[in-house]
Design a protein around this ligand. Structure first.
Ligand code: SF4
Length: 383
């Protein structure tokens, strides 16, 4: 497979071998790395939710890229951090990323912990803001981004550019949210742009609705790849039924000449139309909650009590469907938290909502606010 370098490339296929071949072909054509170099892999691991929820990057994709780097006798390093309130270890365990990294001997680095100053570029305003970015990413010889195809409650979409926030220190994340995200995200991309070798958006299972972590999974079987991150993000927007011009950070980046949101695309296999599906939009969100929970001392306390999982809405048995057997619901549960015929083990439940989506009989429904408050309190006391 060879690619026209002036276009963004899209694969739509449910076949894992075709997906792997597409990823390898993109890497072969677009990424040049030297022996013994260090390449940072930047997936989206924003929350303790596995890839089938639409929130985080597929494990096989991380694995494929890491193997490709190793075959070139270079060193892959996985650099990422979940959002403010999530505990790094919990996310790596629940997503399964720790097992993949262990099996392939990939170093994992929490980008929030050891950071370096990323200063304004040469010839920029000397008073420009200084960002603090994971040292493992800044010190690497290149970055390969593997973001997710999903909606976002503050920025409409979360794709390659927005995903770069996963490289920031805790205080910088808070500051980005306080200032409104878009202009900072574009500036962050501008400073990191020369280091990003390739972006491949994982749209195998995407997320619609109230993303980036509370939306609904959508099976799309799509991968979007290219070296112009703005062009790649723009195609992601089209696929989700958004106009890139309407997404502030993408339009801003385009207007600043950081990429081309009007770049043409090519869909593989040849002749396939762009797989467009209008995604459900996120609910209106003032961002107040995010501003509060990203305040560093508060987010540190929430991480310490692992509120990121406890605080999610979990399922309860629907009293209107008595005696239900939860076979379909148990089949989709990624943590074996449903025991047949109808018991939910809350200690194992991560609140991913997959069982509620799969419950066509409505035997499982989201817990009420009162049930949630009591359960969360009980879980926090236990800890
Ligand atoms: S019980 Fe439901 S919400 Fe909880 S982890 Fe399983 S599928 Fe997700």
């Amino acid at each position: 497979m060879t690619f026209d370098e002036t276009r963004t490339h899209v694969l739509r296929s449910p076949d894992l071998e075709a997906q792997r071949a597409f990823v390898r072909a993109l890497l072969d054509q677009f990424v040049r790395i030297k022996t013994k170099s260090v390449i940072a892999i930047k997936p989206n691991l924003c929350a303790p939710l596995p890839a089938q929820t639409g929130a985080t990057t597929e494990l096989w994709l991380i694995e494929e890229v890491a193997r490709w780097i190793r075959e070139r006798r270079a060193k892959p390093v996985l650099v990422e951090a979940p959002s403010h309130i999530h505990d790094y270890d919990q996310v790596m365990d629940i997503t399964g990323v720790r097992d993949v990294c262990k099996a392939l001997d990939i170093e994992m680095v929490d980008s929030r912990v050891t950071t370096m100053a990323l200063r304004p570029l040469k010839h920029d305003d000397a008073d420009g803001r200084v960002y603090h970015v994971g040292m493992a990413a800044l010190g690497a010889d290149g970055i390969i981004c593997l973001p997710k195809l999903k909606t976002h409650n503050r920025t409409e979409v979360s794709l390659g550019m927005k995903g770069l926030m996963g490289l920031l220190s805790w205080p910088d994340r808070h500051d980005f949210h306080r200032r409104g995200v878009n202009t900072d995200v574009v500036e962050l991309y501008r400073r990191l742009r020369s280091r990003i070798k390739l972006t491949i958006i994982d749209g195998i299972t995407a997320m619609e609705g109230h993303g980036p972590t509370s939306g609904k999974p959508v099976s799309m079987n799509v991968l979007i790849g290219g070296t112009d991150l703005v062009g790649v993000d723009a195609v992601g927007c089209h696929i989700m039924g958004f106009e890139p011009e309407d997404v502030d950070h993408i339009r801003l980046a385009h207007d600043q000449g950081l990429g081309d949101m009007k770049r043409r695309w090519e869909v593989h296999p040849a002749g396939t139309p762009l797989p467009v599906r209008p995604f459900e939009r996120p609910r209106p969100d003032s961002g107040l909650r995010t501003k509060i929970i990203t305040f560093p001392p508060l987010s540190a306390a929430l991480r310490a009590v692992r509120f990121g999982v406890s605080g999610r809405t979990k399922p309860v048995l629907n009293p209107a469907v008595p005696g239900a057997v939860l076979t379909d619901e148990a089949a989709v549960c990624p943590t074996d938290a449903i025991e047949l015929p109808n018991r939910i083990v809350y200690e194992r439940c991560i609140g991913c909502g997959l069982c509620i989506e799969a419950s066509t009989s409505k035997a499982l429904i989201p817990e009420s606010a009162g049930h949630k408050a009591t359960r969360v309190l009980r879980e926090l006391i236990k800890r």
